[in-house]
Design a protein around this ligand. Structure first.
Ligand SMILES: *[C@@H]1O[C@H](CO)[C@@H](O)[C@H](O)[C@H]1NC(C)=O
Ligand SMILES: *[C@@H]1O[C@H](CO)[C@@H](O)[C@H](O)[C@H]1NC(C)=O
Length: 180
């Protein structure tokens, strides 16, 4: 009995180390593929931005400006798809320093890409998530950069991150117009 248990133990230890080895090989080889792969390239441009003071439903809450963004994305992410790619999460991020000197990164649009066929992006769209400045106002904030970033989710291994495009020049926030 003792003997049998020991054997079962040894066998399962062997099997699990084989499995770990296999997983490590898969993760390593997909890492090597990615390291040698052409980085995806794209173009991001901001077509229009409008800012408006938010109407907050609560009496005591101070108003925060809200920004509406229209953008144009052209990018080819198809090189990110290989046998160990489950899906790619792509997002457009506004990056700016507020007047307190805090660096903010705000995701204003995202998309999950499931296959190589969907990986060539060419779209003019507007933000999915309107963004607010927590210090209440976009006034006097330096122009923002807009970056198209991605996460590659593999079947096995670690997430990898990258940047496919960035607006050529920082884009100024418009003057806030009061909504009537
Ligand atoms: C969007 O960007 C692409 C690539 O830069 C450009 O060819 C196209 O004309 C742009 N479309 C608009 C509506 O700005
Ligand atoms: C924010 O400030 C940092 C350092 O002060 C600077 O390197 C960076 O370029 C600034 N970012 C923007 C979007 O202006």
């Amino acid at each position: 009995m003792h003997n049998l248990l020991t054997r079962v133990n040894n066998l399962s230890a062997l099997l699990s180390s084989c499995l770990m080895g296999l997983v490590a090989v898969i993760a390593l080889s997909s890492f090597l593929i990615e390291a040698n792969m052409a980085a995806p390239k794209g173009v991001v441009s901001i077509l229009a931005i409008k800012s408006a003071p938010a109407k907050t439903p609560h009496f005591r809450v101070r108003h925060q400006d809200v920004t509406f963004t229209k953008f144009n994305i052209t990018a080819d992410l198809s090189t990110l798809f290989h046998w160990n790619t489950k899906q790619v999460f792509v997002y457009l991020q506004a990056e700016y320093n507020n007047t307190q000197g805090v660096h903010n990164e705000v995701v204003i649009w995202d998309k999950i890409i499931h296959s190589k066929d969907e990986a060539r992006l060419s779209l003019v769209d507007k933000h999915k998530y309107a963004f607010r400045e927590l210090s209440t106002s976009f006034e006097n904030i330096e122009p923002a950069s807009y970056a198209l970033k991605y996460n590659v989710m593999p079947y096995v291994g670690l997430l990898t991150y990258g940047e496919a495009a960035r607006s050529e020049e920082p884009v100024a926030f418009p003057e806030v117009k009061t909504l009537q």
